[in-house]
Design a binder for this molecule. Structure first.
Ligand SMILES: [Zn+2]
Length: 237
């Protein structure tokens, strides 16, 4: 069956957050869900694919930060939310691995950081987000899940301990979450890149996880921030 994957960004157009809509037949799978205030745009992205929220069969989460799970509240309560075991616990807020306000304040002399912080506040970035539906799946098996696009989890710890990218082998797409982005308001660069160190729970692990992404059979990168790009593997830093 034909699978169509589309990458959508925040309606604010500044690349704060992005998610992926996967359509196969009448079924819809989402990878991530944007900020709380992206809920309307999330619904619109499903509508743009000719489907409705009732067609959403599951959401895959790369990691449990507010800019990737804020829109989950817009989905019907029965829709399963799947993540790695560690990230599911993170999403239930059994703990929190997130850049601290103090770390942001220490860098707020950088105009891009200051502007980003203001934007995040405007997108509901301080609203507490917690999703008790989160179900942990075993992500180390390399197994393809019985979901649209038959995705495979790619453990990519570092940004958060339980971070995973989701690989769609038949389509040559990897939804990389925040393991690899293509733009961010705090960066002057474009193209595949790591986020600023302050955003990673373990920066060295985030760097090491790039190898897992480079090893994938994929030529399109659908990142958690920035536009989707054709991806020449191995050239990203
Ligand atoms: Zn993010």
């Amino acid at each position: 069956m034909t699978t169509v994957l589309r990458h959508h960004g925040s309606r604010r157009g500044t690349g704060y957050a992005a998610w992926t809509v996967v359509v196969e037949g009448t079924d819809v799978l989402l990878v991530d869900a944007g900020f709380p205030d992206d809920a309307e745009a999330l619904v619109a992205s499903v509508t743009a694919a000719g489907r409705t929220l009732d067609d959403v069969v599951a959401v895959l989460v790369t990691h449990a930060h507010v800019d990737h799970v804020g829109g989950l509240a817009a989905l019907p309560a029965h829709v399963p939310v799947l993540a790695s075991q560690g990230e599911a616990a993170h999403l239930r807020r059994e703990f929190l691995e997130q850049v601290s306000p103090a770390a942001i304040a220490a860098r707020a002399w950088r105009p891009r950081v200051a502007r980003w912080a203001v934007g995040v506040l405007g997108a509901g970035g301080l609203r507490p987000v917690r999703d008790t539906r989160a179900v942990g799946v075993d992500v180390d098996t390399g197994e393809r899940l019985d979901l649209p696009g038959r995705p495979v989890a790619v453990p990519t710890p570092g940004h958060t301990s339980g971070h995973v990218a989701w690989h769609f082998p038949d389509d040559g797409v990897v939804a990389s979450g925040d393991a690899l982005v293509t733009a961010h308001p705090t960066s002057a660069r474009t193209g595949p890149q790591l986020l600023d160190r302050m955003f990673h729970h373990d920066p060295a692990a985030a760097e090491a996880s790039l190898a897992a992404l480079r090893g994938l059979d994929a030529d399109r990168l659908f990142p958690g921030h920035g536009p989707a790009v054709r991806w020449a593997r191995g050239r990203s830093r």
